[in-house]
Design a protein around this ligand. Structure first.
Ligand SMILES: [Zn+2]
Ligand SMILES: [Zn+2]
Length: 263
């Protein structure tokens, strides 16, 4: 299902066109900038890139010694996530957090190309051998409330950057709302979350033997991404990688923060 573009989103698209008339402004704070689609110097200084992160979970490594020969941290080496590699454009703080939240809750479509470009800079090596890009899905009720699926739009921009990589926008379907899971015990939540997603029958043929790049806006505990990656692998995908705009790195932000609670 193609993402529905709401009135607010159209206004923001119009805003891109109006740059010809009005001076371009920073995506994050509305300060004047030299060209549209960028952030100002001050907001740029509050964009934290992930330098020397684990190649598997995208968490920053204290030092190179903590990674094995493949670049993964000790935690990933001992209990690896189902995806093969993960890259994040930014740490989820400061300007990156502001951009992700504005795009998500204020229909700021004009922010998405900036985030997609940053994701591609980090994830170029993973895209090189990929066959398909698949977004983490948003449940229908949330889709209505939030109006657009940021992950789906990011996935579309990312797929467009490559000739050989195709987008499967609805390969994964969220079949039930996960907000109701908050009161369950952790093991019950895990099971319920697993049952909240399914692979679309129409996508199964393409998934067989393919290399998938799964796209989401933020990676926190990885619970949702794990389930999505596992489902894709169970459907015959050869490899699943993960690309996100921002990675939560603070333990305090992650403690008790499941994807279904943070959304
Ligand atoms: Zn700014
Ligand atoms: Zn790791």
């Amino acid at each position: 299902m193609a993402p529905r573009v709401a009135t607010g989103s159209l206004r923001n698209l119009t805003r891109v066109g109006l740059d010809f008339v009005f001076p371009p402004v920073c995506l994050a704070c509305d300060t004047e900038t030299s060209s549209s689609g960028l952030v100002c110097v001050s907001c740029f200084s509050r964009l934290s890139h992930l330098v020397g992160a684990c190649t598997r979970c995208a968490l920053p490594l204290p030092a190179g010694d903590y990674a094995d020969a493949t670049g993964q941290c000790m935690s990933c080496a001992s209990s690896p996530p189902p995806w093969a590699a993960a890259r994040a454009a930014f740490i989820y703080e400061g300007t990156a957090r502001k951009l992700v939240l504005q795009a998500k809750y204020a229909d700021r479509l004009d922010i998405l190309p900036f985030l997609a470009k940053a994701i591609l800079q980090e994830g170029a090596s993973l895209m090189r051998d990929a066959d398909y890009v698949v977004p983490v899905p948003l449940h229908r009720t949330r889709f209505r409330r939030r109006r657009l699926n940021q992950a789906a739009l990011l996935a579309r921009f990312i797929a467009r950057s490559s000739r050989q990589v195709r987008l499967i926008p609805d390969a994964l379907i969220r079949t039930r709302a996960t907000t109701t899971l908050a009161r369950l015990r952790p093991d019950e939540r895990r099971l319920a979350l697993e049952q909240a997603f399914t692979v679309a029958a129409s996508a199964r043929g393409r998934l067989l033997g393919s290399h998938i790049v799964l796209v989401d806006d933020v990676l926190t505990t990885g619970a949702t991404a794990s389930i999505c990656a596992t489902l894709l692998l169970q459907s015959g995908a050869r490899r699943v990688d993960l690309l996100v705009a921002a990675r939560t790195v603070k333990l305090s932000d992650m403690a008790g923060a499941d994807e279904y609670a943070e959304e």
